[in-house]
Design a protein around this ligand. Structure first.
Ligand code: IPM
Ligand code: MG
Length: 368
């Protein structure tokens, strides 16, 4: 059956990295019998410019209908002063919420060729392979009440609400334990149960799921601030980290940077399997943002977007061997010395976005 992928390239470097990803998809269609049709739509600033909203209802309908969404990046300085509902990021948040993509998988892997690109010592990061599992549809990102209110004396009050329910914590805990079972079997659950009620509930519910469903896994509870510190001190102690929406946002940027560059890391956002159709709603996106300062210059690293497609092959289409092939091709071009601006080292020539894409296609053809 032909698979449907919706591409939402978005703003800034989004369209550039997605252009390279399209070439990779075409390679799999041509050489590996990957039967796919691609559709395109607008999101973020691009959608605001065309339609006045960060994502249209029509684009949302296509996202729901697609087998997977590949997302580029959103945002830029021209929209920074926009009111909340007219910010490009709302497009992404609406996709996450309405597709119910509650599980965000953010691997932080240090490629051997890039050990030197990390700001930490090589022995601290070499061989690093962490999976951050971030809860993506709850917490302070969506909790009500929220807003800014004018007070009687003319000053203002702002409120955001951190909110978690039993079921929200349990389902993300299961995702983390399931992933750990295929890895080293260690889960660190990060919260702030020393100051937050949501942290207490989080800790109790994760403990419950561990005891009742995954007794064979190793579970450590860790306070989120300590987790941030330990990620810099000794990141290789971690296997899977499960945490809430806001802590996951922060800890995943930190973990990503351990590996040398935000430009390298993919992510998958997954929902619950539909019992009737068997389908899992899924959106794949590079961890990096829209990087407006380098947009349009051929400086962006397409690897994170391309590796996001590898996750798509693995998680949405059951094509693990193809995902392995693509991940090896990326490792291969890094070994050969190809470097985009973000991971450049002294003595190497810089590859443009499309040169990196071409090198990956060549490595695929050599390996296939
Ligand atoms: C991320 C980003 C988003 C977030 C922004 C763009 C809304 O930082 O995916 O980590 O805060 O979740
Ligand atoms: Mg973030």
């Amino acid at each position: 059956m032909t698979k449907r992928i919706l591409i939402l390239a978005g703003d800034g470097i989004g369209p550039e990295v997605m252009a390279e990803t399209r070439r990779v998809i075409a390679w799999f269609a041509k050489n590996r019998g990957f039967d796919v049709t691609l559709e395109d739509d607008l999101v973020g600033g691009a959608s605001l410019a065309a339609f006045g909203v960060p994502i249209t209802d029509a684009a949302m309908a296509r996202a729901h209908a697609a087998d997977a969404v590949l997302f580029g990046a959103v945002g830029g300085p021209q929209w920074d002063a926009n009111p909340f509902d007219k910010k490009p990021e709302r497009g992404l948040l609406r996709l996450r919420k309405e597709m119910q993509l509650f599980a965000n998988l953010r691997p932080a892997i240090c490629f051997p060729a890039l050990v030197g690109a990390s700001s930490l010592k090589p022995e601290i990061v070499s061989g690093l392979d962490i999976m951050i599992v971030r809860e993506l549809t709850g917490g302070v990102y969506f909790g009500e009440p929220r807003g800014i209110e004018k007070l009687a004396d003319g000053s203002r009050k702002a409120v955001d609400t951190q909110l978690y329910t039993t079921e929200e914590v349990r389902r993300i805990a299961r995702v983390a334990f399931d992933l750990a079972a295929r890895r080293k079997g260690i889960v660190h659950s990060a919260e702030k149960s020393n100051v937050m009620h949501t942290g207490v509930l989080w800790r109790e519910e994760v403990t419950h799921i561990h005891k009742s469903e995954y007794p064979g896994a190793t579970l450590h509870h860790i306070l989120a601030d300590n987790c941030a510190m330990q990620l810099l001190r000794n990141p290789k102690q971690f296997d899977v980290i499960v945490t809430d929406n806001l802590f996951g946002d922060i800890l995943s940027d930190e973990a990503a940077m351990l590996t040398g560059s935000l430009g390298m890391l993919p992510s998958a956002s997954l929902g619950a399997r539909d019992p009737k159709t068997g389908r899992v709603p899924a959106l794949y996106e590079p961890i990096h943002g829209s990087a407006p300062d380098i947009a349009g210059k051929g400086l962006a690293n397409p690897v994170a977007a391309i590796l996001s497609f590898a996750m798509c092959l693995r998680y949405s289409f059951g094509r693990g061997a193809d995902a392995d092939l693509l991940e090896r091709a990326v490792a291969d071009v890094l070994d050969q010395g190809y470097r985009t601006a973000d991971i450049i080292e002294a003595g190497r020539t810089r590859s443009s976005t499309s040169q990196m894409g071409t090198a990956i296609l060549e490595a695929l053809s050599r390996a296939a």
